[in-house]
Ligand binder design. Structure first.
Ligand SMILES: NC(=O)c1ccc[n+]([C@@H]2O[C@H](COP(=O)([O-])OP(=O)(O)OC[C@H]3O[C@@H](n4cnc5c(N)ncnc54)[C@H](OP(=O)(O)O)[C@@H]3O)[C@@H](O)[C@H]2O)c1
Length: 322
C-alpha cells in the first residue's frame, strides 16, 4: 500500500509517499481502507517540530511516528476476532490515535478506539477533516467555555478548521457569536451562524470593552494580555496553542475574575473522543454541524497539501484523498 512517511523534521519535502506492506489487524483492531485524511496546522507543527517541545514526546532528533495522519474517514476492510460493533463494509470515521498512520491506504484502529460509523446520508471524505476540527472545538466550547444561551462568544480565526466548527457549536448552544476573520471570509462565517463579524484587517477585536464571556483564540494569534479588556468580569480567554505565555497566564489567573486556559484536546482519552463523535453524529443528523472543506489533494500530492496548510490562509479543512 502507499503511505505518507517522514523520517526527519523539516520542510514539506521531508514527506515521502512510499510503498510498504499492508498492516494486519490484531484481534482487538479493525483494518480501515482509508478514503481520506486531513492535513492541519497540528500536522505541520509535528512535521517541523515547531514548537521545539514536540521533540520531547515525538523524538529528540527524528520523529518517532513514521506514517503521518490522525483523523480519517474510510470503510472497514477487516475486523479482529475480539471486536464487536463493526462489520466489513461499514463506513467509519474518527481518530486513529497517538501512533498516527492515517495518511495511508490502510490503517489499523482499536475496535474500542475513537472511531464511529458514519450516519446515513452523510458524505464520507469530509468527515476526516471534521473529526479533527470538531474533536478540538467541542471541548473548548462545551467544557472550557461552558458556552450556553446566555453567552457572548468571540472566535478568533473563525474561518479556520477549528474556528468554523466552533462557530457552529457556539451557535448550536444558543450563544451570541462574533467571528473574527479577514473580510474575504465574512459570508462564509455568517452562513455558519455568526451573528457579528469583525474584519481583522480593519478592526482590532481587543479594543472592545467588557463585551465577551468567552474569547476563543482558535488559531492562537492573540493572547490573554491583549484580550483581557474585551472580556466581561468572570470571562475566559481560551487558546489552542501552547506557549510559555499561556502557561504563565493560566497559573496567574487561576482564581482571577478573568481567566486564561489552554486545553490539550488532542491528548484526551480515546473513549472520550469516541463519545464525542457519537454526539457529532447526532449533530450531523440534525443539521446543526456540517463539514467545511477547502481543498482536496491526492495522497501523491501531500507535500503540496502541507505547503498550502503552512500558508495559514485556508478556510475550513484540507483533505488528502486516497
Ligand atoms: N490544543 C490542542 O490540543 C490542539 C489540537 C488540535 C489543534 N490545535 C491547534 O489549533 C490551531 C487550529 O488551527 P486551525 O487548524 O483551525 O487553523 P487553520 O485552519 O490553518 O486556520 C487558517 C485561518 O487562520 C486565519 N488566520 C491566519 N492568520 C491569522 C491571524 N493573525 N489572526 C487571526 N486569524 C488568522 C485565516 O483566516 P482569515 O484570513 O479569515 O483571518 C485562515 O483562514 C492550530 O494551531 C493547531 O496546532 C491544538
Amino acid at each position: 500500500m502507499k503511505a505518507a512517511m517522514q523520517s526527519r523534521y523539516g520542510v514539506p519535502e521531508v514527506i515521502e509517499v512510499r510503498e510498504i506492506a499492508r498492516p494486519m489487524p490484531q484481534a482487538d483492531e479493525i483494518l480501515v481502507r482509508v478514503a481520506a485524511t486531513t492535513v492541519t496546522l497540528a500536522d505541520t507543527a509535528f512535521r517541523k517540530a515547531d514548537p521545539l517541545i514536540i521533540r520531547l514526546f515525538n523524538g529528540l532528533f527524528r520523529p518517532k511516528t513514521a506514517i503521518l495522519g490522525d483523523t480519517i474517514a474510510g470503510v472497514v476492510e477487516a475486523v479482529g476476532v475480539a471486536v464487536s460493533g463493526f462489520s466489513v463494509g461499514d463506513a467509519v470515521y474518527g481518530s486513529v490515535g497517538p501512533k498516527l498512520g492515517g495518511a495511508a491506504q490502510f490503517v489499523r484502529v482499536k475496535g474500542n478506539g475513537a472511531v464511529v460509523k458514519v450516519p446515513a446520508g452523510v458524505e464520507l471524505a469530509p468527515l476526516a477533516g471534521l473529526a479533527y476540527s470538531y474533536l478540538t472545538a467541542m471541548p473548548f466550547m462545551r467544557d472550557e467555555g461552558q458556552v450556553g444561551p446566555a453567552s457572548t462568544v468571540l472566535i478568533n480565526g473563525a474561518a479556520g478548521s477549528v474556528g468554523a466548527v466552533a462557530v457552529q457549536l457556539a451557535r448550536h448552544f444558543g450563544a451570541e457569536v462574533t467571528a473574527v476573520v479577514s473580510g474575504r471570509h465574512e459570508q462564509m462565517v455568517r452562513a455558519l451562524g455568526a451573528d457579528h463579524v469583525i474584519d481583522r484587517t480593519q478592526t482590532d477585536f481587543t479594543t472592545a470593552r467588557e463585551r465577551y464571556d468567552v474569547v476563543f483564540d482558535a488559531v492562537g494569534k492573540s493572547s490573554f494580555g491583549h484580550s483581557r479588556g474585551a472580556l466581561k468580569t468572570g470571562g475566559i480567554y481560551l487558546t489552542t496553542v501552547m506557549g510559555l505565555g499561556i502557561v504563565r497566564d493560566m497559573l496567574a489567573t487561576r482564581k482571577g475574575a478573568k481567566r486564561a486556559r489552554l486545553a490539550t484536546t488532542g491528548l484526551r482519552p480515546e473513549a472520550d473522543k469516541r463519545r464525542d463523535l457519537e454526539v457529532l453524529n447526532a449533530l450531523l443528523t440534525a443539521g446543526a454541524v456540517r463539514p467545511v472543506t477547502d481543498r482536496r489533494f491526492a495522497l501523491d500530492d501531500i507535500v503540496a497539501a502541507h505547503r498550502y496548510v503552512d500558508g495559514q490562509t485556508k478556510a475550513g479543512d484540507v483533505l488528502v484523498t486516497m
